[in-house]
Design a protein around this ligand. Structure first.
Ligand SMILES: Nc1ncnc2c1ncn2[C@@H]1O[C@H](COP(=O)(O)OP(=O)(O)OP(=O)(O)O)[C@@H](O)[C@H]1O
Length: 690
């Protein structure tokens, strides 16, 4: 029963990779296998002869032909990071790239996967005999970086599921069911069943262990394209020996069962871990010290050079110690060795094939999405957005921090402000306070935008990683972020506005209340976009942290409250014109001091009453406000107390000609403006260098 199920799962995976089983592919595989290196590849993995067929089908033969990299240093001199690395990693191999720190392991992995774009790059890397395009690499291979970024609130299952949904083509019911099954299979395969429903975790959420994170990274990579080759940068770093062994065991199973080619950079693995590798590439200062079979072969190679091996000593440690003490003797020895010549011959065999582009096992077609040959994305834009909203952003709603940093913080702030501005009278000093609290309500979200700066700083790593792997388009990252957050922005704006509106005693007309909510919704959205723009555009921590307060202060100064609009210096008039703060504040001010019909409100709170207790008496009579006003007028001597007109307050701030809807419209223009800057930051600014 279990066997039948497992066969079915393998069938599903085969179905999902059907685009790689082209007829042409078989022809070329046959040609590569005809070569001696193909046979050797099988010999090397002789203990798993039944997987050899799978190796031919699923793995990729990777040939390194004089690969090197030089970096220009600031003093214009060149630093050689990697020099003349040649050799063949046969399809279905599990290769370890080892060497002391700084030897060039990551650089080699980055060059193979075309992630390294810096400096001068020498030589070429061939996949099944041809130099692949970047989109072919993205389609057929997966790269698992040393430090993986995850979405903390999502569970292990949700993380893998999102990878499968967004990266694998197909949206029919059958496709979706297959993806669900594949996810279950991969979770099982990577030994993650125990923590399937545990949150991945981040700097605030306690999540899965380091080893589980490494395996989750591999599981996600497996689901993105069912890759034929995987490149893993230090998958065991930071793990204890048991966890490291578990990770490598899972990788080894992956390699055995599905015949994928795995290239793994690794630091001094234990004997137990080292025995899983079939191929070894040893580097010292960017040069090869050994390139060939793993197992006992490298030991014999070094013993032959006169470096004795003490039985029982960790073999990987022996290699590293040996090449470190040899002072480049080992790299010189390798270059003149028969092994080096043999490796060069294997590479020459492959390069001499001169395979045509249309007959390669690695082709450049996009992943069957029918949306253009060169599109690296699995879905059209709308489907992609739907998947993101459903599978990427949904877990956020379970995150307490998400609620606290929006609804929680704004509600607390509204209560705090209410304590200071509780029930203001419409007296001269009360009206001054009302103007002040209206301004604070408008400027507050700009300071609170720091929340979005911080959040995106962590998300930046994740989206950089997702962009590398063409998970989704930058525009959809932005769209999902804004749309996904929209309900929370509405809830927060309504809650903040309700508390403040009631506590302060703003214009009590229902329409005025809804308008106040609307203005707050607009300013919250703009503030979110500003925070995201700052974080996406400015690299590092210092830039975003210093720009936002500067931006908020400048906007505050031209907001029209602290400095009267007419007295703002000419040099800053442009900022006054474009500042959403002043437009939003004027919208709130006009809303506060004008009746629904556009007439100015009149305030009598400052007027005394000749008959003591008149106000209290009037308040007990339930009459419309206009009748109450008449009553007050009747009992109050007009000559002694003119009402304060809303118009006069607006005039004080040069706002008498403003219309609240037009003001809100002008404030809202900042939304598309900051959307564009956010898009620019996300799509154009790189935060990591390769
Ligand atoms: N952009 C760069 N400019 C200058 N030197 C660089 C650059 N990138 C890498 N290097 C240097 O190249 C060498 C190889 O770096 P790489 O990260 O490939 O080593 P590694 O073997 O992976 O090291 P580790 O095991 O410590 O991760 C190092 O000495 C590093 O300082």
């Amino acid at each position: 029963m279990g066997g039948a199920q497992s066969t079915k799962k393998h069938d599903i995976i085969r179905v999902l990779t059907s685009e790689t089983t082209l007829d042409e592919e078989d022809v070329v595989i046959a040609r590569v296998d005809d070569l001696e290196i193909g046979k050797r590849g099988e010999d090397e993995t002789g203990q798993r002869s039944d997987s050899a067929t799978a190796s031919k089908r699923n793995g990729i033969t990777i040939a390194l032909d004089g690969v090197g990299n030089e970096m220009k240093l600031s003093n214009t001199s060149l630093k050689t990071i990697l020099s003349d690395v040649s050799g063949v990693i046969e399809s279905g191999s599990m290769a370890a790239v080892m060497g002391p720190s700084g030897a060039g392991k990551t650089t080699l992995l980055d060059l193979i996967s075309q992630r390294k774009t810096e400096g001068i790059i020498h030589g070429r890397v061939l996949f099944d005999g041809v130099v692949p395009t970047l989109s072919a690499i993205k389609k057929y291979t997966a790269y698992v970086p040393q430090t993986e970024a995850f979405f903390g609130p999502a569970t292990v299952y949700e993380t893998v599921l999102f990878a499968a949904m967004i990266k694998l083509p197909g949206t029919s019911r059958e496709d979706i069911e297959q993806k669900f099954e594949m996810v279950e299979h991969v979770i099982d395969q990577m030994g993650l069943s125990k923590c399937r429903d545990t949150k991945v975790g981040n700097h605030v959420i306690r999540g899965i262990s380091g080893g589980e994170q490494k395996r989750l990274a591999v599981a996600s990579a497996l689901c993105t394209s069912n890759p034929r080759a995987m490149f893993l940068d230090e998958p065991t770093s930071g793990l204890d020996s048991t966890m490291a062994a578990e990770v490598i065991k899972s990788l080894s199973r992956l390699n055995r069962e599905d015949g994928r080619t795995l290239i793994v950079t690794i630091h001094q693995p234990s004997m137990h871990v080292f025995q899983h590798f079939t191929k070894l590439c040893l580097l010292q200062d960017g040069k090869l010290a050994y390139f060939g079979k793993a197992g006992h072969n490298p030991m014999e190679f070094f013993v032959a050079q006169g470096f004795p091996y003490e039985p029982g000593f960790n073999i990987a440690e022996y290699f590293i110690d040996t090449i470190s003490v040899s002072d480049h003797g080992c790299t010189a020895y390798y270059q003149s060795s028969a092994l080096s010549r043999e490796n060069l011959a294997k590479v020459a065999e492959i390069t001499s094939l001169n395979l045509p582009m249309n007959a390669m096992t690695i082709n450049t077609e996009s992943s069957a999405n029918g949306k253009g040959k060169d599109s690296p994305y699995a879905h059209d834009s709308l489907t992609e957005l739907r998947i993101m909203l459903r599978f990427k952003d949904a877990p956020r709603w379970r995150d307490g921090m998400f609620w606290f940093t929006r609804l929680g913080l704004y509600s607390i702030l509204a209560c705090l402000l209410s304590a200071f501005f509780y029930q203001q009278k419409h007296t001269p000093s009360g009206l001054l306070n009302i103007n002040g609290i209206a301004f604070i309500a408008i400027i507050l979200p700009t300071f609170m935008a720091q929340v979005h700066v911080e959040e995106l700083k962590f998300e930046r790593e994740l989206y950089t990683r997702h962009f590398h792997d063409s998970y989704y388009r930058p525009s959809n990252f932005i769209a999902s972020k804004i749309i996904g957050e929209l309900p929370m922005t509405v809830i927060t704006a309504v809650s903040f506005s309700s508390i403040l509106h009631w506590a302060v005693g703003f214009n009590s007309e229902p329409e005025a209340f809804f308008f106040f909510c609307l203005v707050n919704f607009v300013t919250f959205t703009i503030a979110q976009l500003i925070g995201c723009t700052v974080s996406a555009t400015l690299p590092g921590d210092v830039g975003p942290a210093s720009v936002l307060p500067m931006f908020s202060t400048l906007n505050m100064l031209v907001g029209g409250f602290f400095i009267r609009a007419s007295t703002i210096h000419d040099a800053w008039q442009w900022l006054y014109r474009v500042s959403f703060i002043q437009w939003a504040w004027s919208a709130v001010m006009v809303n506060e001091y004008t009746n629904g019909d556009g007439t100015p409100r009149q305030f009598y709170d400052h007027c005394g009453s000749p008959t003591g207790g008149l106000d209290e008496l009037i308040e007990q009579i339930s009459l419309p406000e206009s009748s109450l006003r008449l009553l007050r007028l009747f009992f109050t001597r007009q000559t002694e107390c003119d009402p304060i007109s809303g118009d006069s307050v607006l005039r004080t701030f040069s706002l008498e000609d403003r219309n609240r809807w037009m003001s809100l419209l002008y404030a809202s223009i900042s939304i598309p403006v900051y959307l564009i800057t956010f898009y620019f930051g996300v799509s154009r600014v790189r935060h990591e260098k390769r």
